[in-house]
Design a protein around this ligand. Structure first.
Ligand SMILES: C[S@@+](CC[C@H](N)C(=O)[O-])C[C@H]1O[C@@H](n2cnc3c(N)ncnc32)[C@H](O)[C@@H]1O
Length: 336
């Protein structure tokens, strides 16, 4: 029954489309909904819309929980304000794992603290038996000198050569740098953010469902990592853009037998338990304490798959190409 919905981006309202998806049938659900941040409305209308927005969110969040398998995970991306309400609601039906904060400077919002992160709520459907893998990311280094950012003192020869385990604060993934000649897409998430969530909670051929697919970031990440996807998207043009990008995407984010996340000519996320198979593809500082100033490098850069959506801008910086969007109503609610 679910087979005919797999590996497609479906055009329509997610609440309608969810009706086609059986209970407990997908491995991961991820949602990046419109943020509903309209300004300049009266306090009465404001509170009404506030509640309307939350009521609507509760409907699709319930659907996400319903369709997720008992071994599966549920992710909700939003600004912290809305995530506090989502969490209160989700705590009744699912199992809290983490509040992931990812470093993304946003437009100034007021006169208190400057918002500098988005949150991703990470819930599992059940408290036990969930599929979760530990991840690693490359050591952070000074950009000019190449020295390790963190001072490990005399413990450098005990470091993991690739990099530390991923925590719940992600400072190595940033909003997309746009091609200088193009208008930014208003909401496209960095694809390697999705790679990280997918590598953490799924295996090859697992199904990831995104009810607010936008220009298909989740689906593209799933496809290039050898997973299956189901996307819902209200806007026809975004569906078309996604379909075109998906046609050019290959399931080739692999090194040997291990699926990995590549970004801008490097590997940005691996699974911890894949390192034994991956180590042979890297030159590792010898002795290891030289890791302070010597990077672990991929021996053969030709193993890095070509990303069709990456090009160089006029300054020679690599950046993701983003489609020039037209003005859609939901964008009015989006902050930046
Ligand atoms: C924040 S964007 C998602 C962007 C996406 N993560 C990406 O990287 O491209 C939210 C998307 O939800 C879509 N949307 C809004 N209401 C919807 C609904 N009721 N059903 C399906 N999609 C909807 C919007 O058109 C928009 O593309």
């Amino acid at each position: 029954m679910i087979e005919k919905y797999i590996n497609k981006i479906h055009n329509g309202d997610c609440l309608e489309l969810f009706k086609n998806i059986p209970d407990n049938s997908v491995d991961v659900t991820f949602a990046d909904p419109p943020f509903n941040l309209k300004k300049n409305y009266s306090s009465y209308k404001d509170s009404l819309e506030f509640q309307e927005y939350l009521d609507w969110c509760e409907m699709w969040i319930s659907e996400m929980v319903r369709v997720t398998k008992s071994t599966g995970s549920i992710f909700l991306h939003n600004i912290p304000k809305w995530l506090t309400y989502y969490a209160t609601y989700l705590n009744k039906f699912a199992n809290f794992k983490h509040w992931i904060s990812w470093d993304a400077a946003t437009a100034p919002m007021g006169k208190s603290l400057q918002p500098a992160h988005y949150g991703i709520l990470f819930y599992t459907k059940e408290a036990n038996g969930t599929k979760i893998y530990e991840l690693r990311y490359p050591h952070k280094r000074d950009r000019k000198q190449g020295y390790l950012w963190k001072d490990y003192g005399g413990k450098k020869d005990q470091l993991h050569p690739f990099g530390p385990l991923v925590s719940d604060v992600w400072t190595d993934i940033h909003r997309i740098k746009h091609n200088t000649k193009r208008d930014p897409h208003p909401c496209q998430l960095p694809i390697h953010l999705m790679d990280r969530l997918i590598l953490m909670t799924t295996d090859e051929n697992d199904i990831i469902l995104d009810p607010f697919s936008g220009t298909g970031t989740t689906a593209i990440s799933a496809k290039r990592l050898g997973r299956k996807y189901i996307g819902f998207e209200l806007d026809k043009k975004y569906v078309e853009i996604s379909r075109q990008k998906l046609e050019r995407t290959l399931p080739n984010f692999k090194l040997g037998e291990s699926w990995v996340s590549f970004y801008l000519n490097d590997i940005v996320t691996i699974r911890n338990n894949d390192w034994n198979n991956l180590a042979k593809y890297f030159s590792i500082p010898n002795p290891l304490r030289n890791i302070d100033f010597e990077r672990v490098k991929l021996i053969d850069k030709k193993l890095i798959p070509k990303e069709p959506d990456i090009e160089k801008d006029v300054l020679g910086n690599e950046s993701e190409i983003t489609e020039k969007p037209s003005k859609y109503k939901w964008e009015e609610n989006y902050r930046d």
